[in-house]
Ligand binder design. Sequence first.
Ligand code: TXA
Ligand code: MG
Length: 310
Amino acid sequence: MKTTIHTHATPTAISHAARAIREGHVAVIPTETVYGMAADATNPMAVASIFRAKGRPSDNPLIVHLADAEDTEKYAYTSPLFWRLAEAFMPGPLTIVLPKRDIIPDIVSGGLSTVAIRVPVHPVAREIIRVAGVPIAAPSANISGRPSSTRPQHIIDDCCGKVSVIVCDGASEIGLESTVVALDGDGIVILRPGEVTLEMLRTVSDDVRFAEHNPDVAPISPGTKYKHYAPRATLILVRGNSDKVATFLQEKSQLDRVGILDSCEADTLFAELRNFDEQSDIHTIYAPYPTEIALENRLLKAAQGNILEI
Ligand code: TXA
Ligand code: MG
């Protein structure tokens, strides 16, 4: 497939991506969290193209992106708690799972009766959605099993030849995917931690908790059951007294074929993990155990549970 790459989010790029999406094609667009692989959420054929391009399992549902929270009622059944959350965090890096209306096809929801709604704050994303005039289904724009794409070069590496249009707009500001929550009465259940933290959600409801991962029951957020990205090298998270950890990492950094992920920051994490994959001679990567929950969530998956206590 011929892919048109716009290296900057010019008005031409924005209208090209919006038109492609409206016509049933797939476009990669920037958001404040990570880049998204976008198609018309009301067009099952267009959404099927996303699954093909990403190589994604078809029961893993997609987030529907809207230009304004006010549009949510067209696609889902809202509640007072939804509106309180929307008031506080939309637009922004929060995704809310709601009962879906029939206009959202089953391919978007992976056969679930719910739909995940997000209103990005990134001005280019919002403008593309607004001009396209349709709700946009968009997973992170990486090939399944690779780290989410947060840099134009990652998008080009992963998506060139697989999508119609790519709109680049520099590095993603946040660098981690949105917080995903489900609503349970007046309670908020965090399905995927992110930039909007538990403490922030507590400003809206007293009852905020993390989803329990019981492998015997179907996961409420299907994405959590898939094997996630792990680097080619063995990643080991090092936990303990911070001086000891620093000394340990310093010593290891002298060794050949060892990588150190020493500044675990959300905005550079996925980019650094991709860099290690490109330095194919590295066999072990050490990283300090992260203190922040969203980073811990992503790094524990990438490390496949490898923790070294010192
Ligand atoms: O920041 C983000 O959320 C990015 C940008 C592009 O917006 N998108 C993103 O999409 O990370 P994706 O497809 O990589 O992750 C969506 C997550 C998955 O874990 C999926 O299982 C969950 O949201 N999800 C989607 N619809 C759901 C639903 N109806 N119920 C429960 N979980 C859902
Ligand atoms: Mg993803």
